[in-house]
Design a protein around this ligand. Structure first.
Ligand code: NAI
Ligand code: 15L
Length: 268
């Protein structure tokens, strides 16, 4: 049966807020969790991923988990270790102990961020390209993918790891023309990841069907994902504002963009 009750971690964040708005239309009952309270959501669970007892209670009885909570940009190794590495482990342990069958893990393009971006006629980046994290942040996503594989092989807990490109209401720079995932396509992809059968541990790239795509969406499509959006409608305006990607600019050389050179730092 398709999962109905889904724990959404990181529900106060940007992507969590978008998904809180979009996923109920697919029939999900969402249980929300974040370390900060969520305005207008008195039933949301306020808990840190460090709190194992709270996680165990939060996952009890859910059919699946969408795991978005964590530090979403570069930070110190110690902070990343606590929130993203230890925190994701804590969540998987709680899921295993409570018999949750599936996790959808918000991985990131930054797990493979040092992969050169395709130029000209270069082929799309395949899903089995070697991981090349571009930050401690990307390294934590690489760990999360390995953790997911381990929990599948060892404990039969399924995961779809979604290497999200850039999921925001609109693309805001030229790199995002290649990586953008519209929020409505994001909801389509999470729905596919929750409902496809026998996923084991499946890794997919998460973006819309962009004209300037850099990566291969075939493993996402194999789950039933059928993206409907294309960033191309924003191309003229963004290129006029920022100029096109420059082959001589190191910020434009890799999939991870400026995370490879001068990463933005998480504020808290
Ligand atoms: P965000 O920073 O807006 O939201 C993350 C949420 O996690 C925040 O509400 C924060 O309070 C919560 N959080 C952080 N540490 C926590 C902890 N220890 N315990 C409980 N909650 C904690 O990030 P955004 O953009 O919403 O991203 C969500 C997830 O998707 C993140 O894991 C991020 O790495 C991943 N992702 C997002 C992309 C995007 O384009 N938005 C791209 C690639 C990956
Ligand atoms: C990410 O992994 C970040 O969480 C998000 O804030 C964006 O920076 C995105 O990657 C990106 O590469 O655009």
């Amino acid at each position: 049966p398709a999962p109905r009750t889904v724990l959404l971690t990181g529900a106060a964040g940007g992507l969590g807020t978008l998904m809180r708005g979009l996923l109920p239309a697919y029939g999900y009952e969402l249980r929300l969790l974040d370390m900060v309270p969520i305005e207008g959501e008195p039933d949301a669970i306020t808990a840190d991923l460090a709190d194992r007892d709270a996680l165990r209670e939060a996952v009890r009885g859910v059919d699946a988990i969408i795991h978005l909570a964590g530090i979403s940009l570069e930070s110190s190794f110690d902070k990343i270790l606590k929130a993203n590495i230890q925190g994701t482990y804590n969540l998987y342990e709680a899921a295993r102990e409570e018999g949750v069958r599936r996790v959808v893990f918000a991985s990131s393009n930054h797990a493979v961020g040092f992969t050169p971006r395709p130029q000209g006629d270069d082929p799309l980046i395949p899903i089995d390209t070697p991981r090349r994290p571009d930050t401690f942040y990307g390294l934590s996503k690489s760990f999360g993918e390995d953790l997911a594989q381990f929990y599948w092989d060892k404990h039969g807990l399924e995961t779809v790891s979604v290497r999200i490109g850039s999921c925001f209401p609109e693309p805001t720079n030229v790199r995002m023309l290649s990586l953008w995932m519209s929020p409505t396509d994001g909801a389509r992809l999470f729905h596919a990841a929750l409902t496809a059968e026998n996923v084991g541990h499946t890794v997919v790239y998460g973006s819309s069907a962009n004209t300037r795509l850099w990566w291969d969406l075939s493993t996402a499509r194999a789950l039933g994902y059928d993206p409907q959006d294309d960033s191309e409608q924003y191309a003229e305006k963004l290129i006029a504002e920022h100029g096109d990607l420059d082959p001589d600019n190191p910020d434009h050389a890799h999939l991870g963009g400026h995370f490879c050179t001068n990463p933005p730092i998480w504020p808290h």
